[in-house]
Write a protein that binds this ligand. Structure first.
Ligand code: MSP
Length: 657
């Protein structure tokens, strides 16, 4: 048993939570639940970031005090987290005195040790990001490098934290601590940022411009910069500088995993470590940056006006299915495109078909032939042992996925068990056994299938606590037992024959899609083909007449977006000789593709290659693994060669055509 501390970023209280925020919090919640079930002493923290100019302005606009405004808006997050079953151990608000007093103590200490000093400063300020930028940081003259909006030029006296002096220390720390910044390519991004000079950090704002913040203890004309204040939440809440609560800090701090989005990498992997180093504190164990949920190609955000409201999604899918689809739908570290169709596809495939269907089959037949009791288990045949072995194999796979923050892989491992279980049912054909009166064998088959559900449901409990409780009660667990997952004993315990099962309604009723052209129903290949609305008949005919048969127009060709991509990681897809799963970089975006080239290229050969991909292909599932794009290659008999760029030194994301 060890200690585990997981944090989410603290969300801007002004924002309306969308699925991007929900993703980080659900990820934190699932990891916390897994660690608790693994026996770790766990602490999970989330909260809200309540100071700064945006809050002050929003409050003014509503004729409220900033705190009244925060007291009101914070509820949106608290209510959503409650609705999503988030099991945080604490909720920090940066306006709480317990936080503010720690920020003041840290500021005073750094000031006394001359690590904070005052100077006149001229810079470009981005109000939405609440950050200063230098001339060289700006894009196209005056635009913020982060959000692309215009910056304002400001000249004022301010206090600075001597961050620049820690550059070499930080580079060395990152290089000697693999795993400190995850995924690895994000560590390289930070190291790239540290190649240029590291400037000192402006940590104050004059009250004449902004009064809503924590007052500097050594100069009452200033408040603290919102990021300097916000980052400290990770230690203030667990009792740093406190007295009675100091045990929590001592217990958890060095086991900390910060979950963040890739847009706040610099603040967390440059500002925060240097602040901690200046305070003579150890570093958190890991800082993990996930990608963005995109709408089309754009980041989902309030300012872009393209957000998906989690409450709507909960209404459509239910809390647990939403948690599942969100977690399975993003390879942590990479961006993922949100479409309702892809959620429905995943729901119908994994939950309604593979898992829900399996449960219904087992429960229905146990009621029909064994009075609703868990059937007795007789001698196991090879085929039974194989399914049990497959289920047991998923236990370490999920534990590894939790440790490596690859929950998508963990869920895939469990769904593999369910797919194997459905195949097992087809092969053993219990309905035929029943017809032939082979009751002993029938009981053993149903028991084995139920066992695969017992293991799978325990592994899915942290992801879908409500639904898995129902499923496990259907398998004969008491309400109390149904919510407990003990992973140490999961493989060595068995279902108790004779326990009373519950005949429940379908756990994940299939979502029917009315639109004929939807690709949501994988059993309707015809519908999938008709993705685009057919062009009006007359117009179509005219076009056909103009174009010689077999030829396409240049417009048609350019509908296909071909782009260069760099292969960052590659590995074989489990249980497949042909497929490679690759993480590729396409410009700023990292995504996953699956390709049938494993017999021609090893994973090692692929890493570092610049390939050409079809970038605007609808994501598809190949052997249960999501592929977001298609690689181009030519095959001549037994030889396959990749399409590459002549000379090979192009960046990724360059259009080809
Ligand atoms: N308040 C700061 C964090 C301070 S932490 C000491 C902040 N808040 S935020 O509300 O703007 O963003 C919080 C988190 O939500 C970030 O990690 C951000 O990446 C994440 N997301 C916001 N939009 C997102 C998507 N579209 N997709 C995934 N996550 C994104 O930054």
């Amino acid at each position: 048993m060890s200690n585990f501390y997981v944090t989410t970023p603290i969300y801007y209280v002004n924002d309306k939570p969308h699925i991007g925020h929900s993703y980080t919090t659900i990820l934190g919640d699932i990891l916390a639940r897994y660690h608790r079930a693994m026996g770790d002493d766990t602490f999970f923290l989330t909260g809200t970031d309540e100071h700064g100019q945006k809050v002050q302005k929003a409050a003014e606009a509503r004729s409220l005090t900033p705190l009244e405004h925060c007291d009101d808006t914070v509820k949106r997050f608290q209510e959503l987290w409650e609705r999503l079953g988030i099991s945080n151990d604490d909720f920090v608000r940066t306006t709480q005195e317990r936080h503010k007093k720690v920020v003041r103590a840290i500021l005073q200490d750094l000031f006394e040790r001359d690590l904070i000093y005052k100077k006149e400063y001229k810079g470009h300020y981005c109000v939405p990001c609440e950050r200063f930028f230098t001339d060289k940081d700006l894009v196209e003259g005056n635009l913020c490098p982060d959000c692309g909006r215009p910056t304002n030029e400001l000249c004022e006296s301010n206090y600075f934290f001597r961050m620049g002096q820690y550059r070499d220390w930080l580079v060395d720390y990152i290089q000697t601590h693999p795993g400190f910044i995850l995924p690895d390519f994000r560590a390289n991004e930070t190291l790239g940022f540290l190649k240029k000079d590291l400037e000192d950090l402006c940590i104050s704002r004059p009250k004449s411009r902004l009064s809503w913040g924590i007052e500097l203890p050594f100069d009452t004309d200033y408040v603290c910069y919102v990021w300097f204040d916000a980052l400290i939440n990770y230690i203030s809440t667990i009792g740093y500088c406190g007295e009675e609560e100091n045990t929590k800090f001592a217990k958890y701090w060095e086991e900390c995993l910060h979950l963040i989005g890739k847009d706040i990498l610099t603040t967390h992997t440059v500002y925060w470590p240097t602040m901690l180093h200046a305070m003579n504190l150890p570093m958190p164990k890991h800082i993990f940056a996930h990608g963005w949920w995109l709408t089309g190609n754009a980041k989902m955000s309030k300012s872009a006006g393209n957000v998906v409201n989690p409450m709507d999604m909960i209404g459509k899918f239910g809390v647990d299915s939403f948690r599942y689809c969100l977690t399975a739908g993003m390879v942590p570290g990479q961006d993922a495109s949100f479409t309702e169709e892809s959620f429905i596809l995943r729901y119908n495939t994994d939950l309604a078909n593979d898992l829900g269907n399996m449960l219904s089959r087992v429960v229905k037949m146990s009621f029909k032939y064994f009075n609703g009791l868990v059937p007795p288990c007789d001698t196991l045949e090879d085929i039974d042992k194989e399914l049990l072995a497959e289920a047991e194999k998923a236990i370490p796979a999920v534990m590894d996925a939790v440790r490596n923050i690859r929950l998508d892989k963990g869920l895939d491992a469990v769904m593999n068990v369910m797919r194997a279980a459905n195949r097992y049912m087809e092969k053993t054909a219990p309905w035929t056994l029943a017809k032939n009166g082979e009751t002993k064998r029938l009981a053993t088959v149903l028991y084995t299938a139920a066992e695969s559900l017992r293991i799978s449901s325990a592994l899915l409990l942290p992801v879908m606590p409500g639904k898995m409780k129902e499923l496990r009660m259907a398998l004969g667990f008491s309400a109390e037992e149904a919510v407990k997952a003990d992973y140490e004993t999961l493989a060595s315990t068995r279902l108790v024959s004779g326990s009373a099962m519950v005949d429940i309604a379908p756990l994940f009723p299939r979502i029917m899609v009315e639109k004929e052209d939807s690709a949501c129903n994988k059993k309707q290949p015809k519908a999938a083909k008709q993705e685009k609305a057919p062009a009006p008949a007359v117009e179509k005919k005219a076009k056909e007449e103009e174009m010689p048969v077999g030829l396409i127009s240049v417009d048609d060709f350019f509908k296909t977006e071909l782009k260069t991509a760099e292969v960052l990681e590659a590995e074989k897809v489990e249980n497949s000789d042909k497929l490679l799963r690759m993480q590729i970089k396409v410009g700023e975006e990292v995504r996953q593709i699956v390709s049938g080239i494993a017999q021609y290229y090893t994973p090692q050969e692929m890493v570092g290659k610049t390939i050409v991909i079809v970038a605007n292909l609808k994501p598809a599932k190949i052997r249960g693994v999501v592929s977001n794009g298609m690689l181009l290659a030519a095959k001549d008999g037994d030889t396959l060669k990749l399409v590459t760029i002549d000379g090979g030194s192009f960046k990724s994301g360059i259009p080809v055509g």
